[in-house]
Write a protein that binds this ligand. Structure first.
Ligand code: KIV
Ligand code: ZN
Length: 513
């Protein structure tokens, strides 16, 4: 058995199934680049058959990523597998991940298939997938509630048919660590040729046990963990990549395993995913929460000052906290700006976009003396709309908020070169500004989420705003950052409207398959 643990990241597929976390093609490419920089072994880039948008995003990732394996999910049908195989074609290392449900409730009520038919379909699926790549993964959906004998039977059949990784998902997060480890042990012991494939696990967090179950499975012999940045994912989410990786690294005495992960890229990845999806990271979240390495109690502070390991089992800099260093200032030039963006994995597509971002950086440097990596990431967050797609542009705003008076906003928007003015009252300055914008735009959208986060500390910090809008079944996330949070809010609102207008949204991600 190997001492290498394969990290399979599904932030762009299962993670994207979190309500409202859908990403545009450019955002997905940005996340994929960061995952590659972090040396994730396998990037599950999406579900190619879900929509043409999903297909295109996977294809673009397959054209961009050189080091990690690029994978697409597919149901066990020839049409799905063909879409997956075509989408990943340009990748140097590619994987098709096909699945079918194996629990009695799923087979009977959802698939309306007999167990024999399910095995037959799974075997056929492996054959279809092998037309595109030798790297084929099979998942027994809802394995956590499946009959062990049946699991042994289907895994034996798919291994014989050519699957190279077999995945045991606890799809509904029902298992407990000892039980799940027992299942893995049994499968490894009973399935013929079990030693010829990689055993993988994919745990959901409905009972808060996704990481515990994944780690228990690793101790029982699993050598791939499927996980997501910040534990994003369907319902309560998936196992958090950062927790799995750091547990294995911090406890070599128990695991004796290595991952390829460049752990200093964990915090930048967490920030990027949070910023793009609008899912904030709770301050006390392990590894990536703002307080994960903060010592509040005097006794703890005293202990850490005397000897760090009295209260610290990991070093903040090892997971990338120190990476948020002071990077640039008012006098930094365009080249320094560009190369720092490149170090952060941010590639702006055109000179025009770079110039616009540099102009915004200079503006920010005038207002805020110390500019950190997180500020730079926020600065380019609304860069996902190209200048040509910027249909609605803020030319002017005046928003007043005075004790005892109703907040009022005056705005001037540029609409394809034409100026339109509006004024509105609101229950607060942001509400007034959004109402004024709506007078002009009349988007007919529903506001699903409005959230503000301070990017760094201090009252001169930039506020980073996410606005999620829905129109019919279409959902978009808009981002905006500024030292003035009302301006950040207006930017985020317009960013969302521009995405909607330019068709940069996703229709009900994976919901229609
Ligand atoms: O949770 C699950 O079962 C899945 C499979 C498709 C692997 O996401
Ligand atoms: Zn899942």
């Amino acid at each position: 058995m190997t001492n290498r643990l394969i990290i399979f990241d599904t932030t762009l597929r299962d993670g994207e199934q979190s309500p409202g976390a859908s990403m545009t093609r450019e955002e997905k490419i940005r996340v994929a680049r960061q995952l590659e920089k972090m040396r994730v072994d396998v990037i599950e880039a999406g579900f190619a058959a879900a929509s043409p948008g999903d297909f295109e995003a996977i294809r673009a990732i397959a054209e961009t990523i050189r080091e990690s394996t690029v994978c697409s999910l597919a149901r066990a049908s020839e049409a799905d597998i063909e879409r997956a195989g075509e989408a990943i074609r340009p990748a140097p290392q590619k994987r098709v991940h096909t699945f079918i449900a194996t629990s009695p409730i799923h087979m009977e009520k959802k698939l309306r298939m007999t167990p024999d038919q399910v095995v037959e379909q799974a075997v056929k699926a492996i054959g279809w997938a092998r037309r595109y790549t030798d790297d084929v993964e099979f998942s027994a959906e809802d394995a956590g509630r499946s009959d062990l004998d049946f699991l042994c039977r289907i895994f034996e059949a798919v291994i014989r048919a050519g699957a190279t990784t077999v995945n045991v998902p606890d799809t509904v997060g029902y298992n407990l660590p000892r039980q799940f480890a027992g299942t893995i042990e049994q499968l490894l012991a009973r399935v013929p040729n079990a030693d010829k494939v990689i055993w993988s696990v994919h745990c959901h967090n409905d009972l808060g046990l996704a990481v515990a179950n994944s780690l228990a499975a690793v101790l029982a012999g699993a050598r791939q963990v499927e996980c997501t940045i910040n534990g994003l994912g369907e319902r309560a989410g998936n196992a958090a990549l950062e927790e799995v990786v750091m547990a294995v690294r911090t406890r070599p005495d128990l695991f004796q395993l290595e991952t390829a992960i460049e752990t200093t890229q964990i915090v930048p990845a967490s920030r990027l995913v949070s910023q793009i999806t609008g899912y904030p990271v709770q301050p006390n979240k392990a590894i990536v929460g703002a307080n994960a390495f903060a010592h509040e109690s005097g006794i703890h502070q005293d202990g850490v000052l005397k000897h760090r390991e009295t209260y610290e089992i990991m070093r903040a800099e090892d997971v990338g906290w120190a990476q948020n260093k002071l990077v640039l200032g008012k006098h930094s030039g365009r080249n320094a700006f560009k190369s720092r963006l490149a170090e952060l994995g941010i590639v702006l597509e055109s000179e025009e976009a770079l110039n616009a971002a540099f102009a915004r950086f200079k503006e920010l440097a005038d207002k805020k003396h110390e500019i950190f990596d997180a500020d730079l990431q926020a600065l380019v967050s609304d860069e996902t709309v190209t200048p040509a797609q910027e249909h609605f542009k803020l030319n002017y705003s005046q928003v007043t908020s005075e004790t005892g008076e109703t907040p009022r906003a005056k705005i001037i928007l540029g609409l394809d070169g034409e100026e339109r003015k509006a004024e509105a009252n609101g229950s607060g300055p942001v509400d007034a500004a959004f109402k004024a914008i709506e007078q002009v735009v009349q988007s007919g959208t529903q506001l699903l989420l409005y959230s503000v986060n301070a990017i760094t500390t201090g009252t001169d910090a930039q506020g980073e705003v996410t606005v999620r809008l829905m129109k019919g079944e279409r959902v978009v996330n808009g981002q905006g950052a500024d030292t003035d949070i009302v301006i950040a809010s207006i930017k985020a609102y317009l960013n969302a409207l521009n995405k909607l207008y330019a068709g940069l949204d996703k229709v009900n991600p994976q919901g229609n398959v």
